[in-house]
Design a protein around this ligand. Sequence first.
Ligand code: ASP
Length: 595
Amino acid sequence: MYFPSWMRQLYRGLSAQPAWASPRRSLVLSPHRRLPEFSSFIARTNTCGELRSSHLGQEVTLCGWIQYRRQNIFLVLRDFHGLVQIVIPQDESAASVKKILCEAPVESVVQVSGTVVARPPGQENPKMPTGEIEIKVKTAELLNSCKKLPFEIKDFVKKTEALRLQYRYLDLRSFQMQRNLRLRSQMVMRMREYLCNLHGFIDIETPTLFKKTPGGAKEFLVPSREPGKFYSLPQSPQQFKQLLMIGGFDRYFQVARCYRDEGSRPDRQPEFTQIDIEMSFVDQTGIQQLIEGLLQYSWPSDRGAVALPFPSMTFAEALATYGTDKPDTRFGMKIIDISNVFRNTEIGFLQDALSKPQGTVKAICVPGGAKYLKRKDIESIRKFAVDHFNQCSLLGKLRLECADLLEKKGVVLRDPALFSFLWVVDFPLFLPKEDNPRELESAHHPFTAPHPSDIHLLYTEPEKVRSQHYDLVLNGSEIGGGSIRIHNAELQHYVLATLLKEDVKLLSHLLQALDYGAPPHGGIALGLDRLMCLVTGSPSIRDVIAFPKSFRGHDLMSSAPDCVPPEDLKPYHIQVSWPADSESEKNSLNLHQES
Ligand code: ASP
């Protein structure tokens, strides 16, 4: 029997022991650790993927989806654990069982009971973990029949992402989604073990109905029944976790849902998950060591060992050598300052650049460029430079663009099996505001403490102050960020009111709390979706989230966000002011009400 590669992966991936079940790790964690009981409390006796020659002669009951049928003789049944071959009985006495198994469409759900028997000699399938056995069926029940599917479940059948999102519950049956979400759950479990059991953290839930406060990303608003008053969905539990420190919970963590109304971006979701952490009496090194240990402990063993400590680079060095604050350090091609070579040049545009304050000439050496890059590639690089001119991150982007071009020619620069962690530290505390560069905004968030050696500059040259903010970067993606916090009310007030020109009344609860014996504290948040995306090698974070929103923030399955009738808005004292081009939506809502 031919089994496509995705199916072989399914057996291998899901019927093997979990990646963490290596004896060394199990011993470290708990001497009593064992494989989970997959069939407790339910109708089946075994999973489809677990049966072997050691089960010969056993009477079993299996539940699963019909993967496919061959000549009305065999049927392959699938569950999350793997596939197993069922022999459809041919004798007259079992006509009703035969009818059920032969007539049920593919992807129907059936329950079968029978005996585990050896396959006839020569018919074993060594590529299939259950390939030595088959099930001689005695009874079968059709639990639910499947209509014609909008797409085949098989992974090799290409389907558009819109279709996958519309029928997400079907897409979730694929090997890829099963693997990703199960791996995610296992990694989170290991993180909980590490934090709670090994390091005494406690898991505390914080509200998701909060209020709009200054700093950070744009928040979603939630109407309340009080006229003109709104909750907001927190962009992170930042203030609550600091308040927990003040409340004496000195080691907090939460698998926290966060919300940011930031519009469409390829690697973002309006709601996403952070592993959110805060500790009292800690410094930057303490947080970094905690996170390194956490990732090493929860890292799937089949993704290679995580080497500690992670290397570290200052923000200034990252910008100078990689042109970005999240360098992909899997490959070189660093940016080199070659201003001195051109100090006495007569080339006009270089002279011009060097005569400007802090003007420099920089270069990237593209190894193999002369061999691999053709005229049209050079032209596309030139066009890229023109299109992105005046962005300071231009060279960083060019470096990645050149890497893309080389990889298209078959040069391997960014080994997908390599995980290159990097701490980026010593960020500036403030950056010029994008829309008004004469004003300052926080580089991280307004609660970040200044670098101890730069505190005096806060009162003279705040733009030069470095912060105690650290980011964790993996293969060129920011997967975490945090800081040591300001725990002095006066300093926090000065930063908010004088430097950031924020309305401090909105944060009076926090400022007041800082005055009541706030311990020194700091923390970090890891972006779980992005981390899982990298661990699983998925092309998009949507592939590691069960029910993600589309690129435009829509749920294509349920059509959220959706209109509500005006009377549903009345209790909230709000009215829709319909834009001119939305006539059709307005009308459909009216029709809906009339019908
Ligand atoms: N709340 C921060 C964020 O979401 C993380 C932190 O500072 O701990 O980026």
